[in-house]
Design a protein around this ligand. Structure first.
Ligand SMILES: NC(=O)N[C@@H](O)C(=O)O
Ligand code: NI
Length: 175
């Protein structure tokens, strides 16, 4: 199956999470004596508080992911989800990237028939809601830095699902 990229919009991505974008659709207001515009409450960050013994207490943290460009055509073989918290990615440079998500299917697995490939511009971040099936970062340029906000500590928080070999899922080109 070849995935066809679609533009990332808040409406299309709503079943999976939030689009973080300072645009006219966002609620914004002036602060700091009119010197700053606040694009308010663009994404919902969640992190379950309870952790597992032997792990640092669960909390929300900020990291930077430095991705390297994927090569195409690209065959993807898995999806993951974070059952205990959301995960947000915001480009820190002028780089577009791909986002792959899928709805929850039966038997606690992703519904591969509902796979979606989004083309995210350098002005758009994504926030995967808690438990959303997604592919790990798909950078389209080398040394692509992303600010990441997600749950830190508290024990394991990443379920993986590997695709059956009989139906390769590919992305043909980086556009
Ligand atoms: N493993 C890790 O922290 N990264 C993934 O969660 C990802 O979505 O890129
Ligand atoms: Ni992830």
């Amino acid at each position: 199956m070849v995935l066809i990229p679609e533009p990332l919009t808040a409406k299309a991505f709503a079943p999976f999470g939030d689009v973080i974008e300072a645009n006219e659709a966002a609620r914004s207001f002036l602060i700091n004596g009119g010197t700053t515009e606040r694009f308010h409450d663009l994404a919902v960050v969640t992190a379950e508080a309870e952790g597992q013994a032997g792990h640092e207490a669960a909390r929300v943290g900020i990291s930077v992911f430095r991705g390297q460009a994927r090569t195409f055509p690209l065959t993807i073989g898995m999806l993951e989800r974070h059952p205990k918290g959301s995960q947000a990615f915001m480009p820190l440079q002028d780089q577009a990237y791909f986002v792959v998500v899928a709805p929850q299917g039966e038997n606690d697995k992703p519904d591969l028939g509902g796979l979606r490939l989004f083309y995210a511009s350098s002005k758009q971040g994504v926030n995967y809601h808690q438990g959303t099936w997604h592919h790990p970062l798909l950078a389209l340029s080398d040394n692509a830095d992303f600010l990441v906000v997600d749950r830190i500590g508290g024990g394991p928080n990443c379920d993986e699902f590997f695709f059956p070999d009989d139906d390769p899922i590919t992305i043909d080109a980086a556009l």
